[in-house]
Design a protein around this ligand. Structure first.
Ligand code: NAD
Length: 397
């Protein structure tokens, strides 16, 4: 909300419009009873926030995490509205979640919980109403259970109500790496304008879907990924990490720690490493007023949602460290989700080449439009992105 107020002041948006966009259209909490494997019944709390549908059906992922609660989901839904507007896709903003540590559940329990979320919310979902997708700890397999449950309840056979599905269940080619790849396209488009060298040293926080894919994509294009982390540990090799070996190590030991080709460091230290590009790809609020002074990267590419707090934004701006904001940098994921929705509705299946060929110009266009918007308004990229998104939403509303 503080970010929004700042953008509203720069461009003098109408108070009525800002008041409307501050509130989600609706936020829903549901109780999901799940029969556990030991025969007991456990009640989980689930959420769906529908923020704004001026540009199209509500769209946004579902997060499974022990700390997930309604305010987090509201913030994420708000960013989705802006992100879809920035990406130029016909979608509005929404987000969902369940307060749960999925690692504590068996596969059967996880499936019953996921189906339970759909059955409690099926009335508000649909290809032209609200289209969820994966987020942290939710996978293509979970989407396949959800789409199946939705079909049973509603009879809808398009499969277009959930994106991020496995390929054989109507998923799109390219969806898995779309967020990381879109981020790379944005970086590539802005690299010179950000004053970054042709070949960069890259530090990535998070080694999941987004961070792991990003690490491979940057390496493939000749950049050097020197450090990565997961929830438990971080590793550094100034000469560059061998990602295939890192993955094999994580698979065999369950974590990154003690990878033979690198030194162990802490997650805090990882964020403060000298490098050309820092890529937070794990969680929100990791760069704050406590560590913003210690960041030594030349630029930040926000692949996670909300990794830099508002106070840290100001500190980094004063220090001349540009930030490519989340609603631009990670919008490749929702863009390919939108392609999946479109393919399902038209009963088509596009090749990976077709998908990536459509993604590239959209990311380039979004990146350059935001750079221009920031320049015109003498502000930084996040505000440029907010202003562009708000103008598009206001025009439609
Ligand atoms: P994921 O669950 O696949 O991966 C998250 C990664 O972060 C894991 O490697 C985990 O170990 C690590 N992690 C967790 N806590 C950490 C901590 N305290 N410090 C360092 N690492 C930590 O999730 P994901 O889909 O890769 O999402 C990551 C971020 O990207 C989230 O902010 C999500 O909202 C955002 N995002 C995801 C997508 C998508 O397509 N998946 C799209 C847009 C934005």
């Amino acid at each position: 909300m503080a970010q929004l107020d700042k953008a509203a002041k720069i461009k003098n948006f109408s108070g009525d419009f800002i008041a409307q966009i501050k509130k989600p259209d609706r936020d829903i909490r549901v109780s999901i009873p799940v029969k556990m494997d030991d025969g007991s019944l456990k009640i989980f709390e689930g959420y769906r926030v529908e923020h704004n549908n001026a540009l199209g059906p509500y769209k946004g992922g579902i997060r499974y995490h022990a700390d997930t609660e309604i305010n987090e989901v509201k913030a994420l839904a708000f960013w989705m509205t802006l992100k879809c507007a920035v990406a130029g896709i016909p979608m509005g903003g929404g987000k969902g979640g369940i307060t749960v540590d999925p690692k504590q559940l068996s596969k059967g329990e996880l499936e019953r919980l996921s189906r339970g979320w759909v059955s409690k919310l099926s009335d508000i979902l649909g290809p032209h109403k609200d289209v969820p997708a994966p987020d942290v700890n939710t996978t293509p397999e979970i989407m396949s259970w959800m789409v199946d449950e939705f079909e049973k309840i509603s009879g809808d056979k398009t499969g277009a109500t959930f994106t991020g599905k496995p390929l054989e269940k109507g998923g799109s080619q390219g969806r898995g790496e779309a967020t990381g790849l879109g981020g790379f396209y944005v970086f590539n488009s802005l690299r010179k304008q950000l004053g970054l060298p042709e070949k960069c040293t890259v530090v990535i926080q998070g080694f999941g879907n987004v961070g792991g894919n990003a690490a491979h994509i940057f390496t493939k294009h000749g950049h050097k990924v020197i450090a990565v982390s997961d929830s438990r540990s971080a590793i550094l090799n100034k000469d560059g990490l061998d990602l295939k070996k890192v993955e094999a190590h994580k698979k065999s030991t369950g974590g990154l720690k003690d990878f033979p080709g690198a030194q162990n460091i802490t997650n805090e230290k990882l964020l403060e490493l000298p490098c050309d590009l820092l890529v937070p790809a794990a969680f929100e609020n990791v760069i704050t007023d406590r560590n913003a002074d210690k960041i030594k990267a030349k630029a930040i590419l926000e692949l996670a949602n909300g990794p830099v707090t508002e106070e840290a934004d100001d500190i980094l701006f004063k220090r001349g460290i540009p930030i490519v904001p989340d609603i631009l940098a990670n919008s490749g994921g929702v863009t390919v989700s939108c392609f999946e929705w479109e393919q399902n509705l038209k009963n088509e299946h596009w090749t990976e080449e077709e998908v990536l060929n459509k993604l590239l110009p959209m990311m380039n266009d979004a990146a350059q439009s935001i750079f221009k918007k920031a320049r015109e308004n003498k502000t930084y990229l996040r505000m440029g992105a907010f202003i562009l998104a708000l103008e598009r939403i206001q025009a439609k509303m």
